[in-house]
Design a protein around this ligand. Structure first.
Ligand code: AMP
Length: 290
């Protein structure tokens, strides 16, 4: 595996791969790699070669009071894990390489970026879409792999790709969870033992919605009160938002009738966690993927 630190060299490698008609797959990450990231890479390897994994803790997607400085950075362990997996290129630019002092541009996907995570974290998606467009331009992937763990992010990136006619296919991969249901996240490293136990309430609250749907409930208000009951029963978990939204518009649903997400964000101790379930029509019923 070759570690690439500069935009110029990454572009050169991407150009050569394009000339050889190879199907380049990109997996963007912020490092502190876990099984969730590795599963994206394995999915990418089924469809693409070469594989580029980027590790870049993107300052522009953190708010002024957020955890940019203390975000976990485990570069050497990440590098070893990627090498072992057979990744071809690790693109790990410095912040100055991505954002020289003269940098002035931002990419904003309107409306979709203002709700849910975007409302709680103003400017977050502006930072995400700006860095992802840069990564797409630098790496020129045919396919880019993202986790459904960040469902709103995937929806926004797909919108950007469509609006800007980008030649990249966005692939959404399933959520990887711990045995007790907690979705893997680099931020789980912040959780104390007590918080780690409490954090499973997010998963259980999504399960409660799944159970409601299976027993015939179609009213999001009822489903969300089941969800809240589970969260409220767990001391130390403070709900930021819980919504059932249309999978395309991300607007709240009045009744369950089409593909939608249950999206949830909560603070556990000092750590903000997000999770979701995907609801899809399946004949006369609905399939719930958590
Ligand atoms: P991050 O390093 O947090 O920016 O995540 C990089 C990519 O990994 C994003 O596309 C995430 O959605 C994805 N990801 C993070 N956690 C998980 C998980 N538990 N399961 C699947 N994908 C994940």
């Amino acid at each position: 595996m070759e570690t690439i630190r500069t935009v110029a060299w990454m572009k050169q490698v991407a150009r050569e791969s394009g000339q050889k008609d190879r199907i380049l797959g990109l997996v963007p990450t912020m490092g502190a790699l876990h099984e969730g990231h590795l599963s994206l890479i394995r999915d990418a390897q089924k469809q693409c070669s070469p594989i580029v994994v980027s590790i870049f803790v993107n300052p522009k997607q953190f708010g002024p009071s957020e955890d940019f400085q203390k975000y976990p950075r485990t570069f050497e362990a990440d590098r070893v894990a990627l090498e072992k997996l057979g990744v071809d290129y690790l693109f790990a630019p410095s912040p100055d390489e991505m954002y020289p002092k003269s940098f002035r541009t931002a990419v904003v996907v309107e409306v979709l970026s203002d709700r849910l995570e975007g409302k709680s974290r103003p400017g977050h998606f502006r930072g995400v879409t700006t860095v992802v467009l840069k990564l797409f331009e630098i790496v020129q992937p045919r396919f880019a792999f993202f986790g459904r763990k960040d469902a709103q992010q995937v929806r926004i990136i797909r919108q950007m790709v469509g609006d800007l006619n980008l030649d990249v296919e966005v692939v959404a991969c399933p959520i990887i969870r711990e045995a007790d249901g907690l979705a893997l996240s680099s931020r789980n490293a912040y959780l104390t033992d007590h918080d780690r136990q409490a954090a499973t309430a997010l998963y259980h609250s999504l399960e409660a919605v799944g159970n409601e749907i299976r027993s015939g409930e179609r009213n999001p208000v009822e489903m969300l009160s089941s969800l809240r009951r589970v969260i409220d029963a767990q001391p130390g978990v403070d709900l930021d938002y819980a919504e059932i939204v249309d999978a395309e518009s991300l607007e709240p649903l009045m009744t369950l009738s089409r593909a939608s997400y249950v999206l949830i964000a909560a603070r556990v101790g000092g750590t903000r966690l997000i999770d979701n379930a995907l609801i899809e029509p399946n004949g006369n019923a609905f399939r719930v993927s958590i």
